[in-house]
Ligand binder design. Sequence first.
Ligand code: SAH
Length: 224
Amino acid sequence: MYGIISIKKNMMACDERKDERDFMVRSQIAARGVRDRRVLEAMRGVPRHLFVPRPYSAEAYDDYPLPIGSGQTISQPYIVAFMAEALRLKGNERVLEIGTGSGYQTALLSMLAREIFSMERIAALLEGARAVLKSLGVDNVQVRLGDGFFGWAEMAPFDAIILSAAPFDIPDAILHQLADGGRLVAPVGPLGAQTLVRMTRRGVHFDTEALLDVAFVAMRPGLS
Ligand code: SAH
């Protein structure tokens, strides 16, 4: 087990609104059963307010998702923490994230694993996320514009894969990029009837567990 391997200097220095983050972790995340100490510590560390559009800044640590532009949302803090815990990261993994969005979850993952590869189909969101991650000094993340339905074949295999938009079914192309023993965590299904699932690869088989009922934006094909 590794400690948090990459709390960047700048992120450490961000004491701004630390009390709100501590309260968020106590009242929304630990209180609902997230136990992984590294996840709790990372949630206390990442300045979520920097990933939220200015008009919503005051609500950055509240218990719900928020609009981030282009019709997309940053997930509720609890859901971000729950999914990060579900990936069972120890610190040495290479992780694929599909749906960079604001880059908030990307920043969290950067503190929990060795290397993060994050894809987004909307250029405006990707550029915003890239700028915030850079300003925080995060240096173990690669982001790129791309259609997540195809995954990121050049960088495969991944020890963990996380989707933050919901397909009807997990595309085979993505499953093929999961390493043996690797975990994929994703919302699956149509809006109104989505389930968060974890699939663990065992050779040619995938063990599937249903974890939670959820409401995510739909995964869409192509670039925008
Ligand atoms: N984890 C993000 C959540 C963003 S919402 C955050 O913390 O802000 C989900 C994101 O998935 C959206 O930005 C959406 O544009 C993106 N997305 C949807 N379909 C996609 C696809 N096929 N490939 C890559 N990204 C996709």
